[in-house]
Design a protein around this ligand. Structure first.
Ligand code: NAD
Length: 490
């Protein structure tokens, strides 16, 4: 059983409970991790609290050097980490390599921001009273609880741990109980890099137990959560009594708009990448396709042909581009959405079932459903699987209105050869992430997050660092003349 990382030591949970890690490609157990309880949460938060003052006082440049050493450690173990991610999560190996490379880039990017923190965050403010001078600077937020999902196990850890380390915060990370293995490896790499004990603690365990105790802990200053909107709502409520600083990266039901002037082949490629990449288990998946009705027949015919050619199987097979879903429960959930849509009379253009040749593992076919009603759950709810819902539109206004008519506001994409139209539509989208003539590419320099039920706050870029820094203004009275409100000058 893999242990918990608390205060620089690898320890078992007090009651010895464990959680199996399962390879979703074949359903076989590949290891087990400790299930932390409230006692381990108390130990980990106390360790992070003890480490905070010292870590915050480390100059930004020295913290940056440690972040770069972690990036180097990830790079050295690139092959092993990618293979482990595919075995634990199921995603095709090429995608796991992409995640590892993005993890390295994320640590290096935040090392650059940590370099600039030694005074670089101070600014003088212009105030309209010459008796005063005012300045602003930032300080580390304190102890952060970081809770992450299973769809990008290593990368989501990097998105949380790298900016927090750069900012001088200390943290307790809780990975998903379904995919803890690469996060634990990251802990080992950070230790090898020389990170002081207690700065970065890792608790594996169940959400309702270890996760909730962590959020409720009085000595946690900041809660950073990525996961479903339903859990995000519980976390926001649990953080409310202490008025904790909360950031939430939640789900989505993002639209991709295809206008009549596109190259069909180019459009089909981005539509597929937008919804089948990572088996569609992507918060920003563009899972609602809106296509100009004048090209719908041609575009859908080509899309169905290409989807039929997708190679499904174990992510370790280099020819596979669609791996298994994370679990049997997730596959059944996805199947439920598709089955209910069909029962409502929504037309099935492709997929719609478990691939017949794959009886072990948690596979589901890439699926396309045509013209669901706008209030059908397949059009409004996040499926989190390889399922695309398609509707046609006649005008730009109608397309934008349909795209924005969602409880979510994470991402949106527009494809057209008309640059002015793309810019106009991009501005009209009510979403935190917008793609023009592509879908999904993400850079750690750019902010990530959404509005409405997609969350609160932004990760990545300077915005991600700001999640772990509190703003402090310092106002100085510089005049020799007494203030003279209660005590009048004689
Ligand atoms: P989830 O909400 O079920 O779980 C996420 C994490 O929260 C896990 O670590 C889980 O153990 C923990 N958790 C569960 N219940 C908890 C509770 N009551 N208290 C504290 N912690 C709890 O989500 P998931 O199924 O792991 O991930 C899929 C979801 O994540 C999707 O909705 C997806 O859109 C979202 N997601 C969002 C982003 C983003 O950046 N916006 C990125 C990736 C995934």
């Amino acid at each position: 059983m893999l242990r918990l990382l608390i205060d620089g030591h690898w320890i078992e949970s007090a009651d010895g409970r464990s959680i199996d890690s399962v390879n979703p490609a074949n359903g076989k157990v590949i290891g087990s991790v400790a299930a932390a309880g409230a006692g381990e949460v108390r130990l980990a938060v106390a360790a992070a609290r003890r480490a905070f003052e010292g870590w915050e006082a480390v100059p930004g440049r020295e913290r940056a050097a440690l972040l770069r050493a972690i990036a180097d450690g990830v790079e050295v173990r690139r092959d092993a980490l990618a293979a482990l991610e595919t075995r634990d999560n199921g995603k095709p190996l090429a995608e796991s390599f992409g995640d590892v490379d993005d993890t390295i880039a994320c640590f290096r990017f935040y090392a650059g921001l940590a370099d600039d923190l030694d005074g670089g965050d101070r600014a003088v403010l212009a105030v309209p009273d010459s008796r005063f001078s005012a300045s602003v600077e930032t300080m580390a937020v304190g102890v952060a609880a970081q809770i992450i999902p299973w769809n990008y196990p290593l990368l989501m850890a990097a998105w949380k741990v790298a900016p927090a380390l750069a900012a001088g915060a200390t943290m307790v990370l809780k990975p998903s109980e379904l995919t803890s293995l690469t996060a634990l490896e990251l802990g080992r790499i950070a230790q090898d890099a020389g990170l002081p004990r207690g700065v970065f603690n890792i608790l594996t365990g169940y959400g309702g137990e270890a996760g909730m105790s962590l959020v409720e802990h009085r000595d946690v200053d900041k809660v950073a959560f990525t996961g479903s909107a339903a859990t995000g709502a519980k976390i926001m409520a649990a953080a409310a009594p202490d008025i904790k600083n909360v950031s939430l990266e939640l789900g989505g039901k993002s639209a991709i708009l295809i206008f009549d002037d596109v190259d069909i082949e180019v459009a089909v490629e981005w539509i597929m990448f937008g919804v089948f990449w990572n088996q569609g288990q992507v918060c920003s998946a563009t899972s609602r396709l809106l296509v100009d009705e004048s090209i719908a027949d041609r575009l859908l015919a080509r899309l169905v042909t290409e989807v039929a050619a997708i190679r499904i199987g174990s992510g370790l097979d280099p020819d596979v581009t669609l791996g298994p879903l994370i679990s049997a429960a997730q596959r059944d959930r996805v199947a439920g959405f598709v089955d209910r849509a069909r029962e409502q009379g929504v037309e099935l253009l492709a997929g719609g079932g478990v691939p017949p040749h794959l009886d072990a593992g948690f596979f589901y076919e890439p699926t396309i459903l045509f013209q669901p009603p706008v209030d059908a759950e397949i059009w409004t709810e996040e499926v989190f699987g390889p399922v695309l819902a398609v509707r046609c539109f006649r005008t730009e206004e109608e397309a934008v209105a349909l795209a924005n008519c969602s409880d979510y506001g994470l991402a949106a994409a527009v494809l057209s050869r008309d640059a002015a139209r793309c810019e106009r539509v991009a501005r009209a989208f009510r979403a935190g992430v917008v793609w023009i003539n592509c879908s999904q590419p993400t850079f750690c320099e750019a902010p990530w997050g959404g509005l409405k039920r997609s969350g609160v706050g932004r990760e990545l870029g300077a915005w991600g660092l700001a999640q772990y820094r509190e703003v402090k203004q310092i106002t100085r009275y510089c005049s020799d003349t007494p203030w003279g409100w209660y005590i009048r000058p004689r």
